[in-house]
Design a protein around this ligand. Structure first.
Ligand SMILES: NC(=O)c1ccc[n+]([C@@H]2O[C@H](COP(=O)([O-])OP(=O)(O)OC[C@H]3O[C@@H](n4cnc5c(N)ncnc54)[C@H](OP(=O)(O)O)[C@@H]3O)[C@@H](O)[C@H]2O)c1
Length: 288
């Protein structure tokens, strides 16, 4: 497992396991257990996913069995919009911590660039200074929102988790993150399986050269550009396949071929569309 150093020196794995849409608790717990067995040590959940408890149970069981130590794990969770205020972010954090059964979080993210996230950020900075959070970050922040938060905070974000995959490269956003010292992290690195990604001819052909699948090629492409990724599968065989990407790198020529796949826009979530903001603002986090 390769790691990358965040601005504060904390080492973050370049590959993690995400639990979006895993609503059934026993199934979620089983998947996290299988991901641990496959080698994953970074886990990405959120208050709004409603599954911090089963994630925490699976991690605890694995630790209790002596198979992993807490300091070997890297746990990410996120603050939802309905708690993105100075007077409730701290309480939402404690709720996440209790649900996960942990006494600190490795990376705590503002999930969406909506609500009073400046107030929330001040509360998160306090938790960071108290040692309850090892790294602070945001998710789905566009470059201009990221610049503004970086310029108007005491502790600027260390990570921005955004949509990044072979059909949506966001090179300009990555350039700005790097200028700001913000580590990019990819969500949906397999484009959620959309656009027939797993039978894409360009990715298939490149993968074949290295004896790798489309999924492995897509994940390695982001990692080769020093983007940390969180991916999801409910099939142990896929989990093992997705984790087995540490002994190859794509050539410049192959990266150039993947450049041709960039649509330049997201087909999953268009943050420029006000309906998306309305949809997220109507959703609940812990208070669901
Ligand atoms: N911050 C945010 O706003 C945000 C938004 C979206 C996602 N996320 C995070 O990012 C994580 C990953 O994104 P995602 O879950 O949206 O999608 P993703 O990882 O891009 O794709 C998941 C899909 O890929 C399939 N898959 C995985 N490995 C495969 C393989 N080797 N061969 C064939 N199919 C494979 C899975 O199906 P199988 O189960 O059949 O393998 C699943 O349908 C999430 O779980 C979540 O933690 C964050």
């Amino acid at each position: 497992m390769e790691t990358i150093a965040l601005r504060n020196g904390v080492e973050m794995p370049l590959l993690g396991y995400g639990v979006l849409q895993m609503k059934e608790p026993r199934q979620c717990e089983k998947c996290v257990q299988a991901a641990l067995e496959s080698g994953y040590r970074m886990f990405d959940t959120a208050a709004s996913y409603g599954n911090e408890e089963p994630v925490g149970r699976a991690l605890k069981k694995y630790m209790d069995e002596g198979k992993v130590r807490r300091e070997e794990l890297f746990v990410i969770t996120k603050l939802w919009i309905d708690d993105a205020r100075e007077d409730s972010a701290g309480k939402a954090f404690e709720t996440s911590l209790a649900k996960l059964g942990l006494d600190y979080i490795d990376l705590y993210l503002v999930h969406q660039p909506y609500g009073d996230y400046y107030g929330a950020w001040r509360a998160m900075e306090k938790l960071y200074e108290e040692g309850r959070i090892r790294a602070l970050g945001v998710s789905n922040f566009s470059p201009e929102r990221l610049v503004d938060l970086c310029m108007n905070s005491h502790i600027p974000p260390m990570v921005d988790q955004v949509e990044l995959h072979p059909f949506y490269h966001q090179e300009q956003a990555l350039h700005i993150m790097r200028e700001l010292g913000v580590q990019p992290q990819a969500w949906a690195p397999l484009c959620e399986g959309l656009r027939n990604i797993f039978s894409n001819k360009v990715l298939e052909k490149i993968g074949k050269k290295y004896g790798r699948s489309v999924a492995q090629t897509a994940l390695r492409w982001n990692i080769d550009r020093q983007v940390s990724v969180v991916t999801r599968s409910s099939i142990p065989e896929h989990m093992r396949e997705d984790f087995d990407i540490w002994d190859f790198s794509l050539s410049d020529g192959d990266r150039k071929l993947i450049s041709g796949l960039d649509l330049g826009y997201s087909e999953i979530l268009d943050y420029g569309n006000p309906c998306i903001a309305r949809m997220f603002l109507s959703k609940k986090g812990h208070s669901r």
